[in-house]
Design a binder for this molecule. Structure first.
Ligand SMILES: O=C(O)C[C@H](O)C(=O)O
Ligand code: SF4
Length: 507
C-alpha cells in the first residue's frame, strides 16, 4: 500500500481541478440550449472558460473546495486505519499546495485549522465488499449548494404546488419545489440527488449517494426513471437559469434513489450540487495502493468555449473605485459592469465584525467583494490569489444595508442576490448589487492583478479582508438603486411556473 497516499493526493488534485466528463457534457448541453447574447449565455461562457483554465492551471475550479467526503469500498483485510492516516496526510498536503482551500472551521470558536483537518473533517466512510480492489470516490461539495439541500416530511404543503401526499406524485412535487427554492443561490444550473425514504440521516445519505451515479445512466426502477425524466424536462422550464439570471437550463441532472422507511416517517431528501460538480473515483490495487483506473471518464469530452465572443445585449459600463453616488444611480438591472482598480473582500466574519467595529480601511466609495479566496504566500512574503469566485451573498442580508450606509460603500459583489432590506438600503443610500459568476474562481483570479494588503487575517484566509487590485472584473447589475431586483423578478416568475405543476401527474 506504499503508493496509496500518493494515489489519494492525485484523486484530490484531479477532483478539485477537473470536472468529470459527464458533468462537462451536461454543461455543454446547457450552452447549446441557451440563446446567444443573454445573461445566461454570458455566464455559461464564463463557466466554460473557467473549467478550461482550472484544468490548464491545475488550480481549483471553485475556491470553495467543500467538505472533502471520501467513500471507499475495500476488500476484506485492507487496513482501514492506515488508509485513513494516508488520506488525512494527503488532504493536508493538497491544502498546502493550494489545491484545497483551508475549509475546516471550529464551529464554536471560528478558528480555521489551516490544513482541512479537524473534528469531523474530512469525512471518510468505509464499506467492505467482495471484490478484490479498492473503489475510492471523492466528492468536494461546496457550502453554497449544501445550504440549498432540503428535506421534506410528507405529507406537507408546498408553495405554489399545494398538498404533497405520501405517494409518487407528492414526491414529484417535492423535487420540483426543491429546484425552485434553490433559485440561483447554489450556483445553478445544478445537479440533484434525491433520496426517498429512510430517516432524516439515511435519507440525506441516499440523496448524496445518488450524486455519485453517472449523470447519463438510466434508473433501473421504471417509476423512478419516469420521475427523473419528468423533473429534467419540467424543472428546466422554471426559468431560473444559470446563476438565477433566467434562461433555458436550471437543472443539469436528477438522480433518484429509494430505500424503505418506517410507517410514521416519509422523507424526501434532496442534495443540491452546483454546476461545479466535483466528484471523481479511482480503482486501487490493494497490494500496492496504485491507481489502476479512473471513473467518470467514459464517453466524449465535448465541452468547448463558444468559438466567437457573443455580443452581449446589455450595456457594458466601466467602474473604478472610489465610485460616486451619481455613477451608481445611472446603473440599471441588466447592465454589465467591468471593474478596474481596488476591491475589498468581506464575508461572514467581516460583516459581523463591521457591525461593532471600525473598518480597517476607508471604505467610502469602495467595492466590497463577497469572496473567500484561496491564497498562498509566495517568495518575499507576497500573497498570491489562487482562486477567487464569489460566495453566496444572502448570508450577509442582516448586516449589508447598515454597513453600506455606515461606511459609504457603493457596490457589493457576490452571487445569488440579496433581500428586501438590502434592496431598500441600495435605494436610500445609492448602492448597487453586482452578481458575479459563482464558481468561476480561476476566471476571477486572473482578473486580480495583485494583493495590496490584508486585514483581520486572524479570521482565517477565507474570512480575512483582502485588498485586491483588479482589472477587467466582470459582473452583472442584478439589484439597482431604483428598487429593481432581478432576483425578486425571477423568484416571482419561477413560482408562477412552478404553480403550473400543481395538477396530478403520477398515480
Ligand atoms: O465558500 C465559498 O467561497 C462559496 C460557497 O460555496 C458559496 O456558494 O457560497
Ligand atoms: S461558489 Fe458556487 S460553485 Fe463554488 S462551491 Fe459554492 S455553490 Fe459551488
Amino acid at each position: 500500500m506504499q503508493q496509496f497516499e500518493q494515489s489519494m493526493y492525485e484523486l484530490i488534485v484531479e477532483t478539485s481541478t477537473k470536472l468529470p466528463k459527464d458533468a462537462k457534457r451536461a454543461i455543454q448541453r446547457a450552452v447549446e440550449a441557451e440563446s446567444a447574447g443573454t445573461r445566461s449565455a454570458m455566464a455559461l461562457e464564463t463557466i466554460t472558460n473557467n473549467i478550461k483554465m482550472a484544468n490548464d492551471n491545475v488550480s481549483p475550479i471553485c475556491q470553495d473546495t467543500g467538505l472533502p467526503t471520501f467513500k471507499l469500498k475495500v476488500p476484506v483485510g485492507a487496513n482501514q486505519i492506515e488508509m485513513k492516516k494516508a488520506i488525512r496526510h494527503a488532504i493536508a498536503q493538497a491544502t498546502k499546495a493550494g489545491k484545497l482551500r483551508p475549509n475546516s472551521v471550529d464551529s464554536l470558536f471560528g478558528d480555521n485549522s489551516g490544513d482541512n483537518l479537524g473534528e469531523g473533517t474530512p469525512v471518510i466512510k468505509f464499506e467492505q465488499w467482495e471484490k478484490d480492489y479498492i473503489d475510492a470516490r471523492l466528492m468536494l461539495k461546496g457550502g453554497g449548494c449544501e445550504n440549498k439541500n432540503i428535506q421534506y416530511s410528507l405529507p406537507c404543503e408546498l408553495e405554489g404546488l399545494g398538498r404533497a401526499g405520501r405517494d409518487l406524485d407528492g414526491i414529484r412535487k417535492c423535487i420540483m419545489h426543491s429546484v425552485y427554492q434553490a433559485q440561483g443561490q447554489g450556483c445553478s444550473a445544478g445537479f440533484i440527488g434525491v433520496g426517498i425514504g429512510g430517516d432524516r440521516t439515511t435519507g440525506y445519505e441516499l440523496a448524496k449517494e445518488q450524486l455519485f451515479r453517472n449523470n447519463d445512466d438510466v434508473n433501473p426502477i421504471a417509476e423512478l426513471r419516469a420521475l427523473e425524466e419528468y423533473v429534467m424536462e419540467h424543472a428546466n422550464k422554471l426559468g431560473v437559469g444559470t446563476m438565477g439570471f433566467g434562461g433555458e437550463t436550471t437543472l443539469l441532472g436528477c438522480k433518484v434513489g429509494v430505500i424503505n422507511r418506517i410507517p410514521a416517517s416519509f422523507f424526501v431528501s434532496v442534495a443540491y450540487n452546483c454546476w461545479a460538480f466535483r466528484r471523481l473515483g479511482v480503482a486501487i490495487n490493494p497490494e500496492t495502493g496504485a491507481i489502476t483506473d479512473w471513473m467518470y471518464q467514459e464517453g466524449e469530452d465535448t465541452l468547448k468555449p463558444p468559438a466567437e465572443k457573443e455580443e452581449i445585449e446589455n450595456r457594458e459600463i466601466v467602474l473604478q473605485a472610489p465610485i460616486t453616488e451619481e455613477q451608481i444611480r445611472e446603473l440599471r438591472v441588466g447592465d454589465v459592469v467591468i471593474i478596474n482598480g481596488m476591491m475589498y473582500t468581506g464575508r461572514d466574519a467581516i460583516h459581523k465584525h463591521l457591525m461593532d467595529n471600525d473598518a480597517p480601511v476607508d471604505l467610502n466609495g469602495q467595492v466590497i467583494y463577497h469572496c473567500g479566496p484561496v491564497v498562498m504566500k509566495g517568495e518575499n512574503e507576497t500573497w498570491h490569489i489562487k482562486a477567487a469566485g464569489p460566495t453566496t451573498s444572502i448570508r450577509e442580508e442582516p448586516y449589508q444595508g447598515d454597513i453600506m450606509k455606515r461606511f459609504g460603500i457603493r457596490a457589493v459583489i457576490g452571487k445569488g442576490g440579496m433581500g428586501a432590506k438590502t434592496l431598500a438600503a441600495l435605494q436610500e443610500h445609492g448602492g448597487v448589487y453586482l452578481n458575479a459568476i459563482g464558481g468561476a474562481a480561476q476566471y476571477y483570479a486572473e482578473c486580480i492583478k495583485s494583493v495590496e494588503g490584508v486585514d483581520l487575517l486572524q479570521f482565517g484566509i477565507p474570512e480575512a479582508m483582502w485588498h485586491l487590485k483588479v482589472e477587467g472584473f466582470k459582473a452583472v447589475v442584478t439589484m439597482d438603486s431604483h428598487g429593481n431586483s432581478l432576483h425578486q423578478e425571477v423568484d416571482k416568475t419561477s413560482l408562477e411556473k412552478l404553480a403550473e405543476h400543481k395538477e396530478k401527474v403520477f398515480n
